[in-house]
Design a protein around this ligand. Structure first.
Ligand SMILES: CC(C)(COP(=O)(O)OP(=O)(O)OC[C@H]1O[C@@H](n2cnc3c(N)ncnc32)[C@H](O)[C@@H]1OP(=O)(O)O)[C@@H](O)C(=O)NCCC(=O)NCCS
Length: 165
């Protein structure tokens, strides 16, 4: 398994593994990466994309989190696509790769938001050295295929890791 930055040439294969339909979310993430806003990490087994995560360099978009943890990039949208591929270290490898890149850029901290209804992910992050920080509500919206907008409010905990320890 190899973790590397997703390129425009990879987008179709990532779509195949984790389709986002008309939203073309992977293409959008690559575009954001090209502006320097994020780094889009993808795990590969040969030609097959297994999972991904995005490092957002400016940190969490929720103002209160950014105010509490300035200079703290956020790992976002971590996912191993196929359930049978979970629990084999791919998520850990994506996180460690994000941490290495943050360290290379001179950041001391990195963080991620975990939803209240995802305690098994929270346990994994704790094991990897992340401490629970502040609680917040992540608000985001999406349009479904019928063009209907859905607004989601998701109670979360922002967890942080000191990259120097
Ligand atoms: C959370 C996730 C990215 C972790 O990736 P992974 O490759 O399964 O993680 P690893 O193999 O490195 O570590 C396994 C640990 O992840 C945790 N975990 C969280 N959700 C899990 C799941 N659905 N299946 C298996 N393990 C899961 C377990 O604590 C497991 O620890 P264990 O092996 O002691 O049981 C992945 O399970 C996933 O995509 N889950 C669904 C989407 C999600 O919850 N994303 C996180 C948003 S914050």
């Amino acid at each position: 398994m190899l973790i590397r930055e997703c390129t425009a040439a990879d987008v179709e294969r990532v779509e195949e593994a984790y389709p986002t339909g008309a939203h073309r979310r992977h293409a959008q993430t690559v575009e954001r990466q090209q502006t320097g806003e994020c780094t889009f990490l993808v795990a590969w087994d040969g030609e097959e994309s297994l999972g991904h995560g995005e490092v957002v360099w400016q940190g969490c978009k929720t103002t209160e989190v950014r105010a509490t943890y300035p200079e703290c990039p956020e790992i976002n949208g971590l996912r191993v696509y196929r359930a049978e591929m979970r629990g084999r270290g791919i998520g850990t490898a994506l996180i460690r790769s994000a941490e290495d890149r943050a360290r290379e850029r001179g950041f001391q901290w990195i963080g991620l938001g975990v939803a209240d209804d995802n305690p098994s992910a929270a346990r994994l992050y704790e094991r990897l050295g992340y401490d629970a920080g502040i609680r917040y509500t992540a608000a985001w919206s999406y349009e479904d295929d019928a063009g209907v907008k859905h607004v989601i409010e998701d109670p979360r905990t922002f967890m942080v890791r000191d990259l120097t320890t």
